[in-house]
Design a protein. Sequence first.
Length: 284
Amino acid sequence: MTHFKSVVAKHALSPARVIILLGGAALVCCPFWWMIISSFDNGINQAGLPMPPSLWFNIERFGVFNYLNAAANIPIFRYYLNTVCVTIAIIALQVSTCCMAGYAFGKGKFTGKNKIFLVFLATMMIPFQLYMIPLYLMMNKIGLVNTYWALILPSMQSAYGVFLCTQYMKTLPDSLLESARMDGASEFRIFFTIIMPLCKPVLATLTVLIALGTWNDFLWPYLVLLNQDMYTITLGVSMFQQQSGIAIGNIVAVSIMAIFPIIVLYLFLQKFIISGITMGANKY
């Protein structure tokens, strides 16, 4: 009991730290709360949000007019469908390839493994803007511009995803794999029946990161998508904002509709993210 009390006292936060953390959380959440308040304010029609900001609902002007008007002026559900399909495809391909590569680098034994891994990680230092034009020319030459494949294929691999999976694979016990090999299990069977179930935390983390990146991506879809019916949610919202005569309330409502699904995804998978981070750090 004494040991338990000492552990609790050691990890307990002081009142000053609690106040600082709550203040930081309030600063981060305040803009989002302001967006929510403004999206339900039917009286916001000017070019900018009212100042000083209102941090509570105005009962007299409360309503869903901004959402209804935005949905009437933009095919938001079509953009949702496009983004969801592209995101699911990228998640499936990238998680699979990163996990396989992570297994090879983390548990495999072959000549030049460390050098190849370092070269692979070095690609993380190359900014997307540097190879954006050559990539576009390549997609155009093979006829993939203005198709969903132009969004999916370049994102089917990620150096950071491979790094994340590799570091997690190193924490798995080698004895478990050796026992499976002694029982006659092939590498594919070991990967799909042992490695994949044990990697749920890191795969969930990678899934959220991929979903966030794909959902918020604007530049690459802006370059390769020409048909408005194929726009992703971020691209569609940006084009909606550029239209003349659009009230700021409608823009805020569309922005809320665009970020809501990804926030829900994070809330459902945050425990896997925390588990993946802590389990990967315990070894070191």
